[in-house]
Design a protein around this ligand. Structure first.
Ligand SMILES: [Zn+2]
Length: 407
């Protein structure tokens, strides 16, 4: 007999000194929150808890929703190992690595991972194992394999698909396997032999995927590290863009206010993934002793600042697993959102309520409201004044069950 980590925990009432509910609403003081059966059953301002309830006194702490990391590659190590070397390992090792990464994330306060691409069916199997209570782990929002052109970015994951019919078939297959969203590599990327500054798919191919997803309410997201890829993704009607760089075909940096405005007007979500570029640049500098000629981290921050200023809905995802970005410091991505102009409360919203909306999980995760999952963090200090409060949560609670308690 197995048990699920979700929905079986005993009732718990806490009294939060400061309470952030995951919306853009002002922080509140002295809030009682009660969980029952893994979900939030009551939220009351300053009121006395129900008679007889045992209250966990957290008046010295801030309580906020568990974080949602909107862009990870959970089967990858994030330790600088070259991608193709890692892909030479057997699937069993990748799955074990994914489990460890997921646990490390959870212990760092990330109660939901939106995985933007793993190999084969590995991430679906990890989710099966978590749901069955075989292993512990965060909630997983999955695309399975990213769709990519023959020889395209991340092709070793097994998601090669080409042509309108091929894309339609591949999308239907992923939905059958359990994908929550469809990820498309709309440009090349860091996979050797691919073209990060060139588009990969034709608009009709992208549209075939998006249309299939729309039939069953599954959003599509395009990886775009080229301006032309962003244009094609918007032409096709995409829901979400990962990275959203505007570079020209020869890697030339472009500031493109008109395209940024198009992204804003289309209402798509953009995952900023700034941390992975920062980690990469820091690693390069450590290796070579100099700042590389093209400061991609600075370019990324400039792009994201422009998108934010135009009103684009940025969400927090750090590309954990890729290159040098690990799973224990997602709060850095939230700090970077503040560096490009979001307020701390807006940056937290980008990793909670807004992230949930981008996953089409509003009312399920990301906010602390009656009926939502009892996924929350307890931190020392006030993160709306100082985001470093998020770096090491004092407590992590998932579905009403205490995962971490460092009090
Ligand atoms: Zn990625």
């Amino acid at each position: 007999m197995t048990t699920t980590p979700f929905g079986r925990s005993a009732p718990l009432t806490i009294l939060a000194g400061l309470f952030l509910d995951g919306t853009l609403g002002e922080p509140r003081r002295d809030v009682h929150l009660t969980t029952d059966g893994g979900v939030i059953s009551a939220v009351a301002d300053g009121a006395s808890p129900a008679r007889g309830a045992t209250v966990l006194d957290l008046r010295d702490y801030t309580v906020l929703p568990g974080l949602i990391n909107m862009h990870t590659h959970t089967v990858l190590p994030g330790d600088g190992t070259p991608f193709m070397d890692w892909m030479a390992l057997p699937d069993e090792l990748l799955l074990l690595r994914a489990h460890t990464n997921a646990l490390v994330s959870l212990h760092a306060g990330v109660t939901t991972l939106r995985d933007c691409g793993g190999k084969g069916q590995l991430m679906f199997r990890l989710r099966d194992a978590i749901r069955a209570g075989i292993v512990a782990g965060p909630r997983l929002v999955l695309c399975g394999r990213p769709l990519t052109i023959t020889g395209g970015h991340c092709h070793p994951f097994g998601g090669e698909a080409d042509g309108v019919e091929g894309m339609r078939l591949a999308t239907r297959g992923l939905i059958k396997e359990g994908a929550d969203f469809i990820k498309i590599m709309a440009s090349g990327g860091g996979t050797p032999g691919t073209y990060p500054y060139r588009p990969s798919y034709e608009v009709e191919e992208l549209r075939a995927v998006i249309t299939e997803g729309q039939k069953v309410g599954k959003p599509a997201s395009c990886h775009c590290t080229a301006g032309e890829a962003v244009t094609r993704a918007l032409d096709a009607g995409v829901d979400h863009i990962e990275h959203c760089y505007f570079h020209g075909p020869n890697a030339e940096w472009r500031e493109d206010p008109a395209l940024a405005q198009r992204v804003a007007d289309a209402g798509v979500y953009v995952t900023a993934t700034m941390q992975t570029m920062e980690d990469w640049m820091l690693a390069e500098r450590a290796r070579t002793g100099v700042v590389p000629d093209q400061d991609r981290h600075h370019e990324t921050l400039t792009s994201m600042r422009l998108l934010h200023e135009r009103g684009v809905r940025l969400v927090a995802g750090n590309d954990a697993g890729w290159r040098h970005t690990g799973f224990d410091d997602f709060s850095r991505e939230i700090e970077l959102l503040v560096e490009i102009g979001l307020s701390p409360l807006e940056a937290i919203h980008a990793a909670t309520g807004r992230a949930a909306a981008a996953c089409r999980l509003s009312g399920v995760i990301g906010t602390l409201e009656v009926g939502c999952a009892a996924d929350f963090l307890v931190v020392k200090g006030d993160p709306t004044q100082d985001l470093t409060a998020l770096r090491t949560p004092t407590m992590v609670v998932q579905a009403g069950g205490v995962v971490v308690d460092r009090r």
